[in-house]
Design a protein around this ligand. Structure first.
Ligand code: NAD
Length: 247
C-alpha cells in the first residue's frame, strides 16, 4: 500500500516543493492549506502537479496554530488515505521587527503559527504513527533558530523551540520506530524572502561560501532523504542546508 505524507503550508514555496518531491517518490500527498481561499488560489494547482506524478493527492484545510483544526485534519487525512506515514511541519510566517518595538500580538502570532503548530501536529500525527509502529517527522526550523537574527526575536524563538521539540519527540517516539528530525534552511529563494530589501540580500550573499541562494528544491531533496529508507537510522538531528552560511 502506498504511504501517505502530510505537508503543512504546502500551497506554495518550500512546502509545495516538498509535496512534489515526495509525490515523485510515490507518496500519497495531503496538502495542508490555511483556508478555502488559499486552497482555491494555490493548493489545487499543487494537487494537480502531484497527481501528474501518478499519485493521489488531496487538499486539507486547517490553520495549524489551532489545536482543534489540527486534530480534525489528521483524522480526515487518515480517513481519506487509510494511513499517515510522514509529517512535514513546514507552515511558517514572519512578522519582523526590533525587539524593543515589537508588539505583543506580533510575538504571539509567530509563536502560535511556527511553534505551537509543531506541537499540535506531532501530537495528533504522532499518535497515529505510534499505532502503526512506524513513521517519519521532519520539522522545518531555520538557521535563525540556531544563531539568532536581529529583528526576528519572535521567529528565532519559534525556530529554536522547534529544535528542542524535535529532540524530545525523537526520544518519545523512537521506541515505536518513528524518526523525528529538523532541517534548518539558510537563505532560500521564496515568497518569504522575496520581500527582503535588495541591500540586505546582497549582504547575506557575501556571507554564503557557496555564493548562491538556496532553491526550494534543495530543502525538498533533504526532506525526501530524511523520509527515505536510507535515513532509517537518523533521528533527533538538525540538518543545516545553507550553502555554508552556518557551519
Ligand atoms: P512561504 O511564505 O512561501 O510559505 C509558507 C506557507 O505556510 C504558505 O503556504 C502559507 O500559506 C502557510 N501558512 C502560513 N500560516 C499558516 C497557518 N496558520 N496554517 C497553515 N498554513 C499556514 O515561505 P517558505 O519560504 O516556503 O517557508 C516555508 C518554511 O521554511 C517556513 O516554516 C519558514 O519559516 C522556513 N524557512 C524558510 C527559509 C527561507 O529562506 N525561505 C529559511 C529558513 C526557514
Amino acid at each position: 500500500m502506498a504511504k501517505t505524507a502530510l505537508i503543512t503550508g504546502a500551497s506554495r514555496g518550500i512546502g509545495a516543493a516538498i509535496a512534489l518531491r515526495l509525490a515523485q517518490d510515490g507518496f500519497q500527498i495531503a496538502i495542508n492549506c490555511l483556508d478555502e481561499k488559499n486552497r482555491d488560489e494555490q493548493g489545487l494547482a499543487v494537487r494537480e502537479e502531484c497527481q501528474k506524478k501518478g499519485v493521489s493527492a488531496e487538499c486539507f484545510i486547517a490553520d495549524v496554530s489551532s489545536h482543534e483544526q489540527c486534530k480534525g485534519m489528521v483524522e480526515q487525512v487518515k480517513e481519506h488515505f487509510g494511513s499517515l506515514d510522514v509529517l512535514i511541519n513546514n507552515a511558517g510566517i514572519t512578522a519582523d521587527g526590533l525587539m524593543v518595538r515589537m508588539k505583543e500580538e506580533q510575538y504571539d502570532k509567530v509563536i502560535a503559527v511556527n511553534q505551537k503548530s509543531v506541537f499540535n501536529m506531532m501530537k495528533f500525527a504522532g499518535a497515529v504513527m505510534m499505532r502503526q509502529r512506524q513513521g517519519r517527522i521532519v520539522n522545518i526550523s531555520s538557521v535563525a533558530g540556531v544563531y539568532g537574527n536581529a529583528g526576528q526575536i519572535n521567529y528565532s524563538a519559534s525556530k529554536a523551540a522547534i529544535i528542542g521539540m524535535t529532540k524530545t519527540a525523537a526520544k518519545e517516539l523512537g521506541p515505536r520506530g518513528i524518526t523525528v528530525n529538523a532541517i534548518a534552511p539558510g537563505f532560500i529563494k521564496s515568497d518569504m524572502t522575496d520581500v527582503l530589501p535588495e541591500e540586505l540580500k546582497q549582504k547575506i550573499l557575501t556571507q554564503i561560501p557557496l555564493g548562491i541562494f538556496g532553491e526550494i528544491e534543495d530543502i525538498a531533496n533533504t526532506a525526501a532523504f530524511l523520509c527515505s529508507e536510507s535515513a532509517r537510522y537518523i533521528t533527533g538531528q538538525v540538518l543545516v542546508v545553507s550553502g555554508g552560511l552556518m557551519m
